[in-house]
Design a protein around this ligand. Structure first.
Ligand code: XIL
Length: 443
């Protein structure tokens, strides 16, 4: 079935041309009314005059059509289908397959969508996302500061557009993210006088937000990153305002509220650097504690903000297998491979960190050397080799962006750099790593 689909896909442009061919040549079809015009005495005569092997009465008959014209017609149709399309040299050739097709039997392949892709302002980015991926995550448009910027003010326009677009294209939809300490306005934690809210008041605010956002997309958004980045690298709970004001159970409450708002949605805990052994253990303890509290968590996402040497394959594998042992879905949610020198001694993805641009931090501003491109390809290959090995445990792998130009890694933690962390270059062309991953899946 798969190879049939592949064959059809490869044939697609040609099948299209065949359809055109048929349309044009419908005029010549011997049994159509237009063709019947050929059987007027004048036409018959002129045809007869030019053809040597006509029936003796010199009249083209239906059997002439069947024995001569029809086979010629079929031959012409066949040749037109298999011959090279003269236009194809100018257009970008459609790839043999796509990422989502190649990994169809392994796991979902997702991407984050930014607001330009969602609105169609970046039409080619949108088309590329639809062609290659079967899952989408809102990169920013569902974050608290965007969707609920002020008390009582919700801004659903972009989120609605993303859900519509993804639905229209049959994609799995991930809402990102409900409870986080970053990209959440300060007012969330304070009353009108600027005083910190009480536990009850903050719980109420959290519930109202979750009810409104999750409730709006009930039955449409398939999974939510309910809590994002609640852990420190040593595996302890991060002392965010959520934690300080509500206490440790803020996580369980968030999962309960989300489940009440959409009992059918998958609900995830999502974090970065979960390949660090201490942080991995912290995440495992956290999920176990949520399960003991009866919180409806269904999945655990490791973000996958990786570099050429972080994490080790051993640690990545230990994270995948360790998480799968918890009986929840495991997913890689924000994958990319950073190729630039680290600005400081830090492996994580805390969006609040930043460093100043210096020349030595931006070595590939004029292009990526071939050997680094090769390193990227090899790195993606070894990582996906592991994902494929554990495909029974992994439900989705989502890249954090479509093309290199879209990646947040051009501006974080150092603004204004030129990074190359994804599978499509700035023009949307597939990079060698893309082809290597397709080949790997088809092996
Ligand atoms: C990033 C976005 O990609 C940027 O556009 C934005 O400026 C900051 O946030 N972990 C997450 C994501 O969970 O939401 C972050 O996304 C990257 C780190």
């Amino acid at each position: 079935m798969n190879s049939f689909r592949l064959l059809l896909q490869t044939m697609h442009p040609r099948i299209w041309h065949c359809r055109l061919f048929l349309k044009i040549r419908a005029n010549l079809w011997p049994f159509s009314s237009r063709a019947d015009a050929l059987f007027t005495p004048v036409n018959r005569h002129s045809l007869a005059g030019q053809t040597a092997h006509l029936p003796l009465n010199n009249t083209p008959s239906r059997s002439f059509w069947h024995t001569v014209i029809l086979p010629l017609f079929c031959l012409a149709l066949f040749v037109s289908c298999v011959a090279e399309d003269p236009d194809s040299a100018e257009s970008v050739p459609a790839p043999e397959t796509t990422l989502k097709e190649a990994y169809r039997d392994a796991f979902l392949i997702g991407t984050a969508l930014n607001s330009r892709q969602i609105s169609g302002q970046d039409a080619s980015g949108q088309a590329l996302a639809i062609r290659e991926f079967n899952a989408v995550t809102a990169e920013n448009v569902m974050k608290w500061e965007v969707i609920h910027p002020e008390p009582g003010v919700y801004n659903f326009e972009a989120a609605d557009a993303m859900v519509d677009l993804a639905e229209k294209n049959g994609m799995f939809i991930v809402g990102h993210t409900l409870v986080w300490h970053s990209q959440t306005p300060d007012w969330v934690f304070h009353d009108e006088e600027g005083n910190r809210l009480t536990r009850e008041a903050l719980l109420e605010r959290m519930k109202e937000h979750i009810d409104t956002v999750v409730g709006r997309y009930r039955g449409r958004v398939h999974g939510w990153d309910v809590v994002n980045e609640a852990l420190l690298d040593d595996g302890a709970l991060r002392e965010t305002l959520w934690y300080e004001i509500i206490g440790e159970d803020y996580l369980a409450r968030a999962f309960e509220f989300a489940h009440e708002a959409d009992p059918g949605a998958e609900l995830y805990y999502n974090d970065y650097s979960l390949e660090l052994p201490e942080k991995r253990e912290g995440a495992i303890r956290l999920v176990q504690s949520l399960q003991e509290q009866g919180a409806p968590i269904t999945g655990l996402g490791t973000q996958g903000h990786f570099s050429l040497d972080f994490p080790s394959l051993e640690n990545l594998e230990a994270t995948i297998t360790g998480f799968a042992g918890l009986g929840v879905d495991v997913m890689v949610t924000e994958l990319e491979i950073d190729l630039l020198p680290p600005a400081f001694d830090y492996l994580g993805a805390d969006v609040e960190m930043s460093a100043e641009l210096r020349d030595e931090l931006n070595p590939y501003a004029d292009g990526l050397p071939t050997e680094v491109q090769d390193q990227l390809t090899e790195r993606y290959k070894e990582i996906f080799g592991l994902f494929l090995k554990h495909q029974d445990k992994i439900s989705r792998v989502t890249f954090w962006g479509v093309t290199d130009g879209d990646s947040w890694k051009n501006n974080w933690p150092v603004p204004g750099r030129t990074n190359y962390p994804l599978l499509f270059d700035r023009e949307g062309n597939p990079k060698p790593a893309y082809h290597a991953l397709i080949e790997l899946a088809e092996r």
